[in-house]
Design a protein around this ligand. Sequence first.
Ligand code: HEC
Length: 293
Amino acid sequence: MKKLLITLTVCLSFSLSAAEGGLSLPNDKMPELNGDRLKISMQRGMQVYMNNCMGCHALSFQRYNRTAKDLNIPEDIMMENLIFSDAKIGDLMTNNMQPKAAANWFGAAPPDLSVVARARGTHWLYNYLRAFYVDASRPYGVNNSVFKEVGMPHVLESMQGMQAKTEKVQGLENDINYAKADIASANKALEERSGNSSELNKTISSAEKIIHDAEAELTQLSSEGKYFTIIKEGLLSPEEFDKEMADLVNFLDYVGEPIKLERKSMGVWVLLFILCFGIVAYLLKKEYWKDIH
Ligand code: HEC
């Protein structure tokens, strides 16, 4: 019982601290694919990756030939269309990015993305890649609503176009910021014992309610696709862009665990084996025990 209580308390405090971090929007579900469609999506994702990401983010745990084999891409097609450096087919997927210089340009060096899908999860990645929006206060004029103040420029602007938070969303986020400031100053006054404590507590609870309601409304707007609005069109429609991002994330998911496809298809055979063996074992048991009663 004690253990259970401790576990519950720990879980609760984790979920509370997660909630404290604020909302992460958009929070859309990535379409799930299986079998051949998944493999085709990964192939397409690799193309998007090599064209747009490889210059900054290496995948140095991965080799080109292994990728070609796993994703059913003929090696000559890979060499001609997907490798832009003088790398050979058996090489690791590295690039020439100098981390120090890059940290100077972007404020942070672009990390290797070999295991990013494991570290962040595909859901996070899918939303992150679709969450760049215009923000004049940032060095490259863009921010990201999933990874705030990110150093990465909006490298997919030509595909996606440029989006901005809608006026409604900006208004709600301002409300939240004002309410947070009210809570902070009320808490400070409570600490310093300056002011009427019941009044201050009232201020805090009404500000908390404002935050709660505004966050619920933001979540609703995001689920209706009304969090951002396109202010400059790109080459792709929003649906096409989302599809490309799902491809890209499927590719990164493959790189994060290259054995996954095999593991999944092997799982079916393992289960079938256990089933067949179970039948044989049962018949054998019946045979052995038939004269003993
Ligand atoms: C011009 C260089 C550049 C390009 C091109 C680029 N990125 Fe980045 N990316 C960065 C930088 C810099 C960061 C680190 C940002 C930080 O920590 O503030 C970053 C961070 C990230 C992160 C977050 C990593 C983490 O877990 O902290 C992901 C995911 C990512 N990039 C994916 C991509 C993908 C996918 C592409 C291709 C569509 C891409 N990037 C293209 C520069 C780039």
